[in-house]
Design a protein around this ligand. Structure first.
Ligand code: ATP
Length: 352
């Protein structure tokens, strides 16, 4: 598949000397749903503004369909943005908001009506044409903002934290709807969020950012199962991370014990970090466990319990379990060799 947007060695240094992006390389294929995820201040919005043309790069290039658009006006790009606050015009109704861009472009009245109705149909707001913006829910306002972006028939839609104003339930519904809209239209979506769960749920591909650099890109499953460094392992999902050493292929040491593991492609003797996801740990009888630990605390989270336990080497473990445990209880922890993910030590510093 061809790439529709490409950032090559992009650097952004603000006037005060702050480097917000450093050597960012991104390739976006047509018709997919991408997320840019990272902590506050990591540079997500800066990347979006550079793609949209609202912000100039300090170095590097931006391509659209293999054309260099680094210095092309925002208005001339086939890219539209939905902002966090939706930036709707409060004194105009739904129709006028969606029609605004077409009126500016001096399109025929009949064409404007046809296009606005088609855009509102796509976001299932056919019956809201004459509603005032103040009479809409947060989710409906968000859909108006999307319709207003879609009416220009962009090839790429940029969405900046556009679900963050919604309550949890509505946010879940909108995640689903956005995904459906994207699939139906086949437009490329680039979605910015600091919420890793949202990124995992919605995306074909994710870019994980920290301090202005891309840490890892890949499918949600790749990033969750094979984090390349401890920043990604900690930021995407919950993790137990332990220091250890590779003994031989398929054998790793941590907690002063040796465990079978999947092939990590790391040389024997090298220092490593071992990642074990909380849901990959099973609570068993002490005699059946690979490690034993004492339960310290327990939280019920609706569909599972989050249990914290301390092992005999004083390491704290986070465990997700469908069964309740008892504080103070001695438990065994069991995990399969393929659930041990081994990373080279110190590939990055976790700072967020
Ligand atoms: P958030 O999730 O909080 O929106 P973000 O990942 O989108 O964060 P950006 O808005 O891209 O982060 O900002 C990246 C960094 O650049 C931040 O540290 C921010 O303070 C800095 N920054 C943004 N705009 C400017 C500016 N005009 N001048 C100086 N620094 C800026």
């Amino acid at each position: 598949m061809s790439n529709i947007i490409r950032l090559e060695h992009v650097r952004k240094e603000y006037d005060d000397g702050f480097v917000a992006l450093d050597d960012v390389n991104i390739s976006i294929e047509s018709g997919k749903f991408y997320s840019l995820v990272g902590p506050s201040g990591s540079g997500k919005t800066t990347i979006l503004r550079i793609i949209a043309g609202f912000s100039e790069v300090s170095a590097g290039k931006v391509f659209f369909d293999n054309q260099d658009i680094t210095h092309l006006d925002a208005a001339k790009r086939q890219i539209n943005t939905v902002f966090q606050n939706y930036a709707l015009f409060p004194h105009m109704n739904v129709f006028e908001n969606v029609a605004f861009g077409l009126k500016i472009k001096k399109k025929e009245k009949s064409e404007i009506i046809r296009s606005v109705k088609a855009a509102l149909h796509m976001v299932q707001l056919d019956d809201f044409v004459n509603r005032e913006i103040s009479e809409l829910s947060g989710g409906q306002q968000q859909r108006v903002a999307i319709a207003r972006a879609l009416v220009n028939k962009p090839q790429v839609l940029l969405l900046d934290e556009s679900l963050s104003a919604l309550d949890k339930r509505l946010r879940k519904d909108m995640q689903f709807e956005l995904r459906e809209i994207q699939k139906k239209l086949g437009i490329t979506f680039i979605f910015v969020t600091h919420d890793q769960e949202e990124a995992l749920a919605m995306s074909d591909e994710i870019f994980v950012l920290n301090q202005g650099t891309i840490q890892q890109s890949g499918t949600p499953v790749d990033i969750y199962d094979e984090p390349v460094n401890d920043f990604v392992a900690r930021f995407i999902g919950d993790s137990n991370i332990l220091n250890g050493r590779m003994i031989e292929d398929y054998l790793v040491e941590f907690n002063n014990r040796r465990f079978e593991c999947a092939d990590a492609g790391i040389k024997p003797g090298e220092k490593v970090e071992v990642v074990l996801r909380p849901e990959d740990l099973d609570i068993v009888e002490v005699a059946d466990g690979k490690l034993s630990a004492t339960v310290e605390s327990q939280l019920f989270l609706g569909d599972h319990f989050e249990i914290k336990a301390t092992d005999t080497d004083n390491n704290e473990w986070l465990i997700h379990s469908t069964n309740a445990s008892k504080i103070g209880k001695e438990i065994g922890l069991y995990f399969d060799p393929e659930d041990i993910h081994v990373m080279r030590f110190g590939e990055s510093e976790a700072e967020f």
